[in-house]
Design a protein around this ligand. Structure first.
Ligand code: AMP
Length: 397
């Protein structure tokens, strides 16, 4: 893999695509700077070599050419503090003004360009826009895993203009290495744990995984679609009526591929979608009418723990229940604890995709698993398609 470690940036201008799409409060203070912190090692490597850094990023989803709340100027000071050097800012990401600022940069200096998405050509992947950006650097570094599944100008199209000078930053390299460890070199038994709200968002991923895994553990809202498809009474639980056939098909394909599927046997049900609702634990095939399943039950959690403890590779995507409500978080917390325990015994565990990351962070267990992916959509699309446009663009000649 071509990374910043394989490149000497001395005397070079590095055009670095980062993911500085951080949340800001109404006074434009950064409320979570994880993404900026993650990019610092890559930027330090370039500066320590004696290079210059030109930073490109998007922020939010602006609709206009320029919107105050989506300006990257709000984060300049914070990047500078984290990096320990002054950071200059250009009010646009292209144009004559930006060009002259880039040309005036000295060795060791850092320039942040304004939000790429203020130009619609960024998301359209317009070649001429990518070409103009490319003139600002001698080398292109992509460290924005969160947008690597998008063929945008700055994430994918631009790489063509650097045929021999394009490398991954440390964030990208770490993500790719860890996904490949799971998808290409999994130490068996390999168990995937899928949860979350709906089956519909997970069908493609499950299809892909059935060729690679030994066990598939199902939880969360999507479990009730499987139970209903198998003839159970699910009360008012979340069910996708139009996905019952798909659920049965997943069960059939898994059998053909020798994958063991684990579906909950008991469930914690509530008489309303609220933390303070009445609750009881029941057989998942006999949920009383008017009650909805909001978590897996203790027998299920125990069985899932046994399977997880026997696994050498674990991939977890999606909570086992409505973990945001403390009365319905036990199943999700229990699975997180099981994964931590298996990891301690030597299993490799990758957690990724939206809410399972939120869950593992809620329980402060992020450091006790092998890897927590930072790119929800990008990770899931990597599993679905086997690669990502932003990754391919760096790797192809
Ligand atoms: P996803 O983005 O598909 O991974 O879904 C995550 C969301 O699914 C979380 O906000 C959970 O609260 C929700 N969820 C998990 N289990 C259930 C359930 N049994 N009923 C309704 N929502 C659920």
């Amino acid at each position: 893999m071509k990374t910043v470690d394989n490149y000497n940036f001395s005397g070079k201008k590095a055009l670095v695509r980062v993911d500085f799409n951080v949340p800001l409060d109404s006074s434009y203070n950064i409320t979570d700077d994880t993404r900026i912190r993650a990019a610092i090692p890559t930027l330090k490597k370039i500066l320590n070599d004696g290079g210059t850094v030109i930073l490109m990023s998007h922020l939010g989803r602006p609709k206009e050419i320029s919107e105050e709340k989506f300006s990257l100027k709000h984060i300049v000071k914070h990047i500078s503090q984290l990096l320990g050097v002054p950071v200059k800012f250009s009010n646009d990401c292209i144009g004559a003004g930006t060009k002259s600022m880039v040309e005036g940069l000295q060795k060791g200096e850092v320039l942040l360009l304004e939000n790429l998405r203020f130009h619609k050509q960024e998301q359209a992947g317009t070649k001429s826009f990518a070409q103009e950006l490319s003139t600002f650097g001698d080398v292109y570094v992509n460290d924005a895993f969160g947008t690597a599944h998008r063929a945008h100008a700055s994430t994918t199209i631009i790489a063509k203009f650097f045929p021999n000078n394009k490398v991954f930053g440390y964030v990208m390299a770490g993500e790719i290495e860890n996904i490949r460890k799971v998808l290409d070199n999994a130490h068996k038994p390999f168990t995937a744990i899928m949860g979350g709200a709906k089956v519909s968002g997970k069908i493609l991923i499950i299809d892909q995984l059935l060729d690679k895994i030994d066990n598939l553990i199902i939880g969360g809202g999507m479990a009730y679609t499987f139970i209903k498809a198998k003839g159970g009474n699910v009360g008012s639980s979340l069910v996708e009526e139009d996905k019952l056939d798909i659920a049965l098909n997943i069960l059939k394909t898994a059998k053909e591929k020798n994958v063991t599927i684990y579906i909950p046997t008991d469930t914690v049900v509530a008489n309303a979608f609220a933390n303070e609702a009445n609750k009881q634990t029941v057989d998942i095939y006999s949920i009383p009418s008017g009650w909805m399943g909001l978590d897996i039950g203790p027998d299920t959690a125990k069985k899932y723990d046994e399977v997880i403890q026997q696994s050498n590779t674990i991939l977890w995507n999606g909570p086992m229940g409505v973990f945001e409500m403390s009365n319905f978080e036990s199943g999700t917390k229990s699975v997180a604890e099981s994964i931590v325990k298996a990891t301690k015994k030597g299993a490799y565990s990758l957690i990724g995709g939206g809410d399972s990351v939120a869950a593992i962070n809620k329980y402060k267990m992020g450091k006790d698993v092998s890897y927590v992916s930072t790119g929800g959509g990008a990770l899931l699309e990597y599993i679905e398609t086997g690669c990502l446009p932003g990754v391919k663009a760096i790797e192809e000649e």
